[in-house]
Ligand binder design. Structure first.
Ligand SMILES: Cc1cc2nc3c(=O)[nH]c(=O)nc-3n(C[C@H](O)[C@H](O)[C@H](O)COP(=O)(O)O)c2cc1C
Length: 180
């Protein structure tokens, strides 16, 4: 059994990205994994200050906000799912703030398997290349050993909440969870 952390970055708490996460979580739980789901919208997570204090003090961020809880969940997780709709080709601001704050683990984060779940209005993958590149450039930044990619699921052609229902991405998300 693995510990799984889902960081969901859509401001729409019941939007398409959340529905994909639900399917992923259903699969993961059926397979016996323990899942922690965090919707970052509404949480207090300030942007990284780039002050470097965490580099000198063993990895503690000087900003005291909800990121302390999130980073504790990151530390505990075997699998980390970064879930975000595509906003101007990349993460939502809400999730980007969280990702920047991973900086306090830059020297140590290792042994994690990273997954990407996303949804976008465009119908074709060329509009999601930047998102995928950003994901694939993020997890190798950390100096701990053993970080790797577990899978990517993207739902296309979704605008209103619920548009994702019936998309093949729903099944793909379920299977990514089931096959962790
Ligand atoms: C500010 C903003 C920027 C967006 N940028 C893009 C984009 O660059 N490419 C795209 O295909 N869809 C874009 N979209 C559409 C969303 O990615 C899409 O509707 C997604 O399914 C929303 O996910 P949600 O229901 O989980 O919030 C954007 C939507 C918003 C509100």
């Amino acid at each position: 059994m693995s510990k799984v952390l889902v960081l969901m970055g859509s401001p729409r708490k019941n939007g398409n990205t959340k529905l994909l996460c639900d399917e992923f979580i259903r699969g993961a739980q059926e397979a016996g994994h323990e899942v922690d789901y965090v919707a970052v919208q509404g949480m207090k997570v300030a942007g990284c200050l780039g002050c470097g204090a965490c580099m000198a003090n063993g990895g503690e961020c000087i900003q005291k906000d909800d990121m302390q809880d999130i980073i504790a969940k990151v530390d505990a997780a075997d699998h980390i799912v970064l879930a975000s709709p595509v906003y101007y080709y990349t993460w939502t601001a809400q999730l980007k703030a969280v990702l920047d704050r991973f900086y306090c683990r830059l020297l140590t984060l290792g042994g994690k398997t990273f997954h990407l779940i996303s949804s976008c209005a465009s119908a074709t993958p060329e509009y999601t290349e930047m998102m995928v590149n950003s994901f694939r450039c993020f997890y190798p930044c950390f100096y701990g050993e053993g970080n790797k990619e577990g899978g990517i699921v993207i739902g296309y052609g979704t605008q209103k909440p619920g548009d994702i229902k019936g998309s093949p991405a729903m099944q793909e998300a379920y299977e990514m969870g089931k096959n962790l």
